[in-house]
Write a new protein. Structure first.
Length: 175
């Protein structure tokens, strides 16, 4: 065996080992990225508020409606709810600690609804978490990209723009 054959053998062996190392480095990088995505998703899931509403009593026209609110997720730093029962619309703001047990709240009537309904229903349920992200809790807890614009659009669609304000949610509360 001469020197050129030995050098050629070393080059081939080095090339094969380099290729093997590159393949496993790529696989390790992919696994690390997947683990980071999963950890990020777990973090979002643990900090995202998950409010759940229950109607406790049948409302009387013109009087407040009582709801039971439970938070199954992270801290709800601020939130807003609009409910329709019979021919009245009710609105209010929420704040709930992380994994809060059910508590009763009262929502005051805002105005008459444009259509009467036999069963109370939630028309708007939005939450802001401690990091400042807004969540549409009625649409599968989707993140709201432009919160103030989204809220204005929702209020316009419900014909409540200028009637209902949520200063605790939007940050426009005055001290």
């Amino acid at each position: 065996m001469n020197t050129q054959q030995v050098i050629l053998g070393l080059v081939v062996a080095t090339t094969l080992l380099s290729l093997w190392a590159a393949i496993f480095a790529t696989r390790a990088d992919q696994a690390a990225r997947a683990a980071k995505r999963q950890a990020d998703q777990r973090w979002v899931d643990s900090t995202r508020p998950v409010p759940r509403l229950s109607f406790t009593t049948k409302p009387e026209p013109g009087h407040s409606i009582e709801l039971e609110v439970e938070n199954l997720g992270g801290t709800l730093a601020a939130g807003a709810v609009i409910v329709q029962a019979a021919d009245d619309l009710y609105a209010g703001e929420l704040t709930l600690p992380e994994k809060a047990a059910a508590r009763r709240i009262k929502l005051g009537p805002v105005m008459k609804a444009w259509q009467k309904t036999n069963h109370p229903s939630c028309l708007l349920l939005v939450a802001r978490d401690v990091s400042g992200k807004w969540w549409d809790c009625l649409d599968g807890n989707k993140v709201i990209k432009e919160p103030n614009k989204w809220l204005a659009d929702q209020l316009r669609e419900l014909r409540l723009q200028g009637v209902v304000e949520f200063p605790g949610l939007t940050g426009s509360a005055k001290p």
